[in-house]
Design a protein around this ligand. Sequence first.
Ligand SMILES: Nc1ncnc2c1ncn2[C@@H]1O[C@H](COP(=O)(O)OP(=O)(O)OP(=O)(O)O)[C@@H](O)[C@H]1O
Ligand SMILES: [Mg+2]
Length: 724
Amino acid sequence: MRLSAVVGGLLAISIAATVAVIGTTVVLSRHEAAVAARLDTYRNDLQQLIAVQDTLARARAVSPDVYALVAATAERIGASYTEERERLAHARLNELRSAAAQFAARATLRAEGPPGVDTTAQLRLRTLAAITAIARLQETATAEQAAAHGRLSTFLLVAGLGLCLVLAVTGIAAHRLILRPIRRLAAAPDPERLLVARNRRRLPVVELEQILQRIVTLAAAQREEDRRSRELVEQLPVGIVETAPDGRILTANPAWRRLYGFGADEDLAGVNVMALHTDPAVRARRVADLLAGRPVGRVEQPMRRRDGSTFWCEMHASAVADPAGGPIRIRGVHIDVSDRRQLEAQLHQSQKLEALGQLTGGIAHDFNNLLTVMLGSAETLADALGHDPELRSIAETAMQAAQRGAELTASLLAFARKQPLAPKPTDLNALLARTQSLLRRSLGEQIEIRLVLRDGVWPAMVDPAQLESAVLNLCVNARDAMPRGGRLTIETANVVFDTEDAAREQEVAPGDYAMIAVSDTGIGMTPEVLARAVEPFFSTKEQGRGTGLGLSMVWGFVKQSRGHLRICSERGHGTTVTLYLPRVAADDQAAATAPAAAPRGGSETILLVEDDPLVREHVAGQLGALGYRVLRAADGPEALALLERERGIDLLFTDVVMPGGLNGRDLADLARARQPGLRVLFTSGYAEDAIVHHGRLDPGVLLLNKPYRRDELASRVRAALDGD
Ligand SMILES: Nc1ncnc2c1ncn2[C@@H]1O[C@H](COP(=O)(O)OP(=O)(O)OP(=O)(O)O)[C@@H](O)[C@H]1O
Ligand SMILES: [Mg+2]
């Protein structure tokens, strides 16, 4: 009975031990699988990194060598890393397994052998307990069944206890030496470091990780750089396009799409740049050049937009090899330079007008001298021939011709920006309201006149008489452009030119301007006519109808007034001519205007300084006839000498432009220094900087414009002498 209970107990223990062993094995293999799975994840991570690196190396054709090197290194590192991890993990597991086996073997050995050999107290105690139990069992068995059952039960008891001990010790050892480390290994965030720490030696794993980390950082930086480069190309204001050599578009940035009128998301696959060239043959030649290694740099040519309109395009192109080994591509940079070319044309035009102005100004100056003589002489002749109507009418004809000549030279001087102006603050609306009735009379019934005069238009600093004549000129042009009638609109407004506007328009200073715009609904101008409209003597009107000086005068007057003129015209759609006149500055004062004086003579002494002998004699004769005593000088030094010698000179009447180093202004200053209070009257064929600054007479300066009639001479000399 007792024996069977013992056997049953032993059997139960054996079964429990077997279950424990199986359980331990199962737990062990589960943790082993967890470690293997983590190692797998690491391997996958590594492969992904290598894949990223590969893509980068391909994409970054810019530095293929560096990338190839990095990729190869990463691959090598990856391979050794994986092997190292696996080798280490397996080696460690095997070590652990064999350690456990050895321990189990040793424990079995010790349990069977003499107890004195034990090394651990626990083992010794358990072994002693077992031996005691075996002895007690032996005694009991001997006492109860001395014979056959005794040996068997002893054997079974010893074996059972031994097995029990072995299993218990094995279980504890397995838990401490295998299960616990493996659990820690599996749960650790980084099993490799744990292995390293336990092995107490530095493995290359840490360095490998650092290198991989650097590769990841590098890849991220590269991706960021790629993104920035793409963004830059997208945002560039110039068009960038890549095409196949046959012209098929491969890629184009948004600026290029805008330039040619394509939508931001439109598919360009079917578009060929050949179709956008106004001359596809030129492009074909260029591409041939590019493929032969001759780059195209900064050529300008007209290109066609999608809607058919054309623009001037500055192009740069180069042939680029595909890094992936594909066919060569043509990369082009396209810039719209239409505005710049237009500005250049404007500049060219104004330079031409400038040169023409200088030429005409010079000629007009000399002509004025001659006309002064002719006009005065004819006038004297007409007076003297009062008794002979036939001869008198001849003299009058000569006078009229000279007068017309004088008007013509005045127009030329206006164009040359050399007409003497007397600018003063002028209310444009009031001036236009005054001219209105004159306009209605001269333009006829067929033309409807509309005035759009805005309130609060700034006063402009201009010569009102000249402005009136400029507006009349524009209205006459408008009338001529509307032979079958139409509408003429005159508009005023305030306009501010900022620095940007000024940069766009040639020769406009930034600032405030009062504007007058004259628009018609007439025939308009072709671009060719528009380009030349301001040139003097350019007219499309039949011979005898137009001199071609109208717009030239307006242009010269506006420029001289420091304003700006703009003509917009389209064939069949009418014309608008806009005058921008400078707003009166706060510190501006009205320019002195010469008061009208009664044309009478006197007996004072006048020092006449004139370099042209013909004019000098003529004017001296006229002044003498008015009762004055006249002293003559040909230039400044001679005049100064006379001033030294002669007493009682009342008026210095001098030309402005003179040879001999002294101009009229210098002479007047020197003369006044010697004789303070000396009256001075200037005369000139055109306004010079000496007395006219920025198109405006200096305050207090009296000027008689050449050519002049006798009455004008008389009244101006009198006014100068009377000193008002
Ligand atoms: N409002 C307009 N509409 C159409 N064409 C114009 C207009 N104004 C000027 N033009 C063109 O510019 C040319 C030059 O004009 P401009 O006023 O200088 O001379 P003109 O009118 O021909 O002669 P002038 O004014 O000396 O009598 C004109 O012949 C005409 O072809
Ligand atoms: Mg005209």
